[in-house]
Design a protein around this ligand. Structure first.
Ligand code: SF4
Ligand code: SF4
Length: 437
């Protein structure tokens, strides 16, 4: 606590503006300071510092909200250091809703200090310019693919500022062609109904096998699949990084698209997006025109493995001989509390061996745009995962979040490990397509 005491004392921090942030502040009072969350917090594990722990951050947020410390650069940096992985929520006996608290604190402090955010221009460029437009995002990815051309990369890399060079190592590989999912995929067997899926801001382009497998597996199990072109983003990253108004606008567009699609369920193959969508009711709770629609929509959102297990799916008849390690995505395990469905899907595949993976509940460091805002910590957490995978040596690393998949893929590639990072539905789709004997 000594480090917290050293933070600047009352300064220009104003009172909390929004009623949602006030509610989040009131909920912070539920923390009983037991410290059970500390050993589960990645940033506390790495630093051993109280201000970098859930309990320390709650203390900081509360101190700021009560006007006892200023909205200083140091406070902002400490809050931005949090991965919002929500591992602290899973173990908290007092039911503290840490994610909600952090999102509102970042939003409020961000407005008090618009110059403060970690990640600087790349963060603003991504959140404000690229994510809200699918065409801009696709053009940016096309440029990134051009940059990945080895001779051009060798030429340009040394010219990048030092800061960008460090982040560049974790850039995703862009496929040769940017794929487009059909707007409608018909059910392959007796039609059970219609579901909507998310193209995602980058999943369709960077992980086309994942979106294709999601659509194929659903169609195989009797679901007609609609993939609306708009909106380009569900607002998850904006919410996590404290840009609440932008997140609300994208949430409304997502709800409207779902309503127009005529689907009964929104099936999501991205843990981060699914967790925010399931919380749209809270995000739009103060908007009378949208509150009811948001609550209903949230009740219709399911992670794809959760949906398959809940509604039933055909177990594959053919074998897929592979050793698979499943790594929980934080926003599936801690935010949505979905743990067994992805494992059930994997266990349904004949010939597949699910191998145990240590520290599966610990964040891999992807955390939305954490690779941009805190590259060193992101890398340290990834290195820890890669070290474990080097020992376990699975054929596949399965995970339910696109950001984590890209992050793991970069780490595995960098170390020359043969493990492939895939979504569990990709393995199910592969098993469906496996040749008979
Ligand atoms: S959300 Fe994750 S990183 Fe942030 S305080 Fe909780 S456990 Fe730590
Ligand atoms: S586990 Fe919950 S109550 Fe205990 S210190 Fe952490 S946030 Fe507070």
């Amino acid at each position: 606590m000594a480090e917290i005491a050293a933070l600047p004392r009352p300064g220009p921090a104003g009172p909390i503006d929004s009623p949602d942030a006030l509610l989040a502040y009131e909920r912070s009072l539920d923390c009983v300071h037991c410290g059970l969350c500390l050993p589960k917090c990645p940033t506390y594990l790495l630093t051993g510092r109280e201000p970098s722990s859930p309990r320390g951050r709650i203390y900081l947020m509360r101190s700021w909200a009560e006007g006892r410390i200023a909205a200083s650069e140091r406070l902002s940096a400490e809050l931005d250091f949090c991965l919002v992985c929500r591992a602290c929520e899973t173990v908290c006996p007092a039911g503290v809703r840490f994610g909600e608290m952090m999102e509102h604190a970042r939003d409020e402090i961000g407005r008090a200090r618009p110059d403060r955010a970690a990640g600087g221009f790349p963060r603003r460029f991504l959140l404000h310019f690229l994510l809200p437009s699918r065409s801009r995002m696709r053009r940016a990815l096309a440029l990134l693919r051009l940059y990945s051309f080895p001779p051009l990369r060798a030429l340009l890399r040394p010219l990048l500022p030092k800061e960008l060079r460090r982040r560049e190592a974790l850039l995703p590989r862009v496929p040769a062609r940017l794929a487009r999912l059909p707007e409608l995929t018909p059910a392959q067997v007796g039609r059970r109904g219609r579901v909507a899926i998310l193209r995602g801001c980058v999943t369709e382009s960077l992980l086309p096998e994942t979106t294709r497998a999601t659509a194929a597996v659903l169609a195989r199990n009797g679901w007609e699949v609609v993939a609306p072109e708009e909106p380009p983003c569900c607002g998850a990253l904006h919410a996590h990084f404290g840009e609440i108004e932008r997140a609300q606008a994208l949430a409304k567009a997502t709800i409207a698209a779902y309503e127009a699609s005529g689907a009964e369920t929104m099936v999501v193959d991205s843990a981060g997006c699914g967790s925010v969508m399931k919380e749209y009711g809270a995000l739009l709770a103060r908007d009378p025109a949208w509150k009811g629609r948001a609550v209903y929509f949230a009740s219709r959102v399911r992670d794809v493995c959760e949906f398959l297990v809940e509604r039933g799916f055909e177990p594959p008849a053919r074998e897929l001989r592979a050793r698979v390690a499943y790594a929980d995505a934080c926003h599936l395990l801690h935010a949505q509390r979905v743990s067994s469905p992805p494992r059930e899907v994997l266990r349904s595949i004949p010939g597949l061996t699910l191998v145990p993976l240590p520290e599966t509940e610990l964040c891999c460091g992807a955390a939305g745009i954490y690779t941009i805002t805190n590259p060193e910590t992101s890398r340290a957490l990834l290195d820890r995962k890669v070290e474990i995978l080097r020992k376990v040596r699975p054929d596949y690393l399965a995970n339910g979040n696109p950001g984590c998949l890209l992050h793991y893929a970069a780490g595995l590639r960098g170390e020359g490990l043969p493990t492939n990072a895939v979504h569990p539905v990709e393995l199910l789709a592969k098993a469906y397509e496996a040749p008979g004997r």
